[in-house]
Design a protein around this ligand. Structure first.
Ligand code: 5GP
Length: 116
């Protein structure tokens, strides 16, 4: 059996985190190492999909739900509701957790936030 991902351990309450909201299928939390004034993560509860390409192919409705939830979070956590959505895809692109997640970045964005 494969090891549970960090996000599964957070969801199971085994690693502490501030959960900002959830639906039946996704949840959101603050990134532990923020790269922008607002840096949130939107994560499916299932660890079935490693990255955005897999979830797009395997469950497009789940990907759409992640994006809609990112929009709701941005409305709640920014003044203008505007944000950048980043999916690091593959280790060479900076992905470190292979359980698909969207970075929601907002507020005072600069070039550095591109590498979040
Ligand atoms: P990736 O590099 O895979 O695109 O993104 C993983 C993100 O998860 C990183 O931005 C990292 O800071 C964040 N992260 C890693 N471990 C934890 C943790 O235990 N709690 C929280 N809230 N974020 C984490």
């Amino acid at each position: 059996m494969t090891e549970p991902t960090i996000f599964t351990r957070i969801l199971d309450g085994k690693i502490p985190a501030e959960i900002l909201g959830e639906t039946d299928r996704v949840f959101a939390l603050r990134d532990i190492a923020p790269q922008a004034p607002v840096h949130l993560l939107v994560v499916p509860k299932t660890a079935e999909y490693r990255d955005v390409v897999e979830v797009a192919e395997g469950d497009p409705a789940l990907l759409a739900e992640m994006i809609a939830f990112a929009g709701e979070l941005a409305k709640a956590h920014t003044e203008d509701g505007e944000f950048r959505l980043v999916f690091n895809t593959g280790a060479n692109a900076g992905q470190t957790i292979f359980h698909v997640h969207a970075h929601v970045l907002a507020g005072g964005l600069n070039e550095k936030s591109v590498s979040a």
